[in-house]
Design a protein around this ligand. Structure first.
Ligand code: NAD
Length: 316
């Protein structure tokens, strides 16, 4: 019997392929610059980053036995269809949490210290405009965290212990936190926070969470940071709030459509720091996600229980 075929849809750290290669035949079209295309019919496993794994694609790849998400957000995988087909979906829930938390804090600090504007002024020969670029001191200020899970709680701890911020959190699914004061009302968090950072998964409930009426609760001096998923924010409403002075700034890593269109309103909105969905891409996180996803695939293919299944109910 030949080695099982594993489809690796997008680039991963080489250490992930090193784990798979002795035991599997890896098809990685990106290796030679080929188009990703469809899941090969022979594939028994796939590892995906943002590649969409729909019911139709699972139907076409009839030998599929395991789907491994390289990362955390599983909104690009139809988990219900996979479960119905008894295909385990794996993820790497802790692997990039530190990286994303650091990036959320970097965006917050970049906004508070007006790094983008100050850099641009200096490069433009406007050194003497320095008085326009004084910072907003975060110590003692309120950080509002929406979604206090793996990433949100790391942000909470670092911002509280490292920066001396007061932490409020809105997360109806948890009942205690050692660093955050939990609030039941999203409006209360939005109106009290000097910085709001989003760490919820994209679900039917969180889609469009931060819309015009949510933004209207926020202080005009407040910053908004999003490293979760683009559709959690109504992008047009946020761009409008920034333009109207309803908000002091935004730091955005994720977009409704990626990459964002060249006429995306964030590109011309004032006081915005934009990054191209890089929050989880730290040097250490990339090694962890690739190696953990690869190990999970091997575990399933070789009959062991994987460490992090999303749908454990179908495993023996
Ligand atoms: P997690 O599951 O540990 O935490 C999410 C938290 O959100 C949970 O505590 C949950 O109770 C809470 N939540 C769910 N629905 C909510 C709601 N309606 N209102 C308030 N809280 C709600 O997930 P995590 O590991 O912290 O990751 C959070 C998200 O970050 C992921 O789903 C993913 O989309 C995103 N992410 C982005 C990047 C990036 O590169 N930008 C990388 C990794 C993860």
């Amino acid at each position: 019997m030949g080695k099982p075929v594993v489809f690796v849809s997008e680039p991963i750290n080489p250490l992930g392929l090193e784990i798979l290669s002795p035991h599997c035949h890896c098809i990685a079209p990106w290796h030679d610059g080929s188009e990703t295309g469809e899941i090969p019919e022979a594939a028994e496993a796939i590892m995906v980053r943002t590649y969409s794994v729909t019911a139709e694609r699972m139907e076409a790849a009839s030998r599929l036995r395991v789907i491994a998400k390289h990362g955390v957000g599983i909104d690009n995988i139809d988990v219900a269809s996979a479960t119905a087909r008894r295909i385990p979906v794996l993820w790497t829930p802790e692997a990039n949490a530190d990286a994303v938390a650091q990036h959320a804090l970097a965006l917050m600090l970049g906004l508070a210290n007006r790094l983008a504007g100050a850099d641009e002024a200096l490069r433009g020969g406007r050194f003497l405009e320095r008085l326009d670029f004084g910072s907003v001191e975060l110590t003692g200020r309120v950080l509002g965290i929406i979604g206090l899970g793996r990433i949100g709680s790391r942000v909470a701890r670092r911002a509280h212990l490292g920066l001396g911020m007061e932490i409020l959190a809105y997360d109806p699914f948890i009942d205690a936190s050692d660093v955050a004061t939990l609030v039941d009302d999203l409006g209360e968090l939005l109106s009290r926070a000097d910085v709001v950072t989003l760490h919820v998964p994209l679900t039917d409930e969180t889609r469009g969470f931060i819309n015009a009426s949510a933004l209207a609760h926020m202080k005009p001096t407040a910053f908004l940071v999003n490293t979760s998923r683009g559709p959690v924010i109504d992008e047009e409403a946020l761009a409008q709030a920034l333009t109207d002075g309803g908000l002091a700034g935004a730091g955005i890593d994720v977009f409704r459509n990626e990459p964002p269109a060249p006429d995306h309103p964030f590109l011309t909105a004032p006081r915005v720091i934009l990054t191209p969905h890089v929050a989880g891409l730290s040097d250490q996180a990339l090694v962890r996600v690739a190696t953990e996803a690869a190990q999970g695939i091997l575990d399933v293919l070789q009959g062991r229980r994987p460490a992090s299944p999303v749908n454990p109910e179908i495993l023996p």
